[in-house]
Design a protein. Structure first.
Length: 112
């Protein structure tokens, strides 16, 4: 999985450089999120603007990250959801669980 990670004012921002988040790569995302939390990251923003398809495995990886963030009193925010991906979040009601923003900058500003 191609993930670019940047640090912005103590917040880890993950840019997922894939077209799909599904059973083929969701375990890699889960592992990366776990690694970040284990290394001391507390607040994450995941940019999904390049993702055009997500399945239950991809949603599960994000939920797992959200739970891990909650355990350490951190946060996991999402940005840049494409129409089809946003529809999946609404269909599963996960849009009520996650803080979802239009852009990474919007998500970062919500922490101030």
């Amino acid at each position: 999985m191609n993930i670019k990670t940047e640090l912005s004012d103590g917040i880890s921002v993950l840019f997922i450089k894939e077209d799909r988040l599904d059973a083929n790569n969701s375990e890699e995302l889960k592992g990366e999120l776990r690694r970040l939390f284990d290394s001391g990251a507390k607040d994450l923003v995941i940019d999904l603007k390049e993702i055009h398809f997500i399945d239950s495995s991809g949603l599960g990886a994000l939920v797992s990250g959200y739970k891990n963030a909650s355990i350490i009193h951190g946060s996991l925010k999402l940005s840049g959801l494409q129409t089809q991906v946003k529809s999946m979040f609404e269909l599963t009601r996960l849009h009520r669980v996650f803080d979802i923003f239009t852009t990474v900058d919007d998500a970062l500003q919500s922490n101030t």
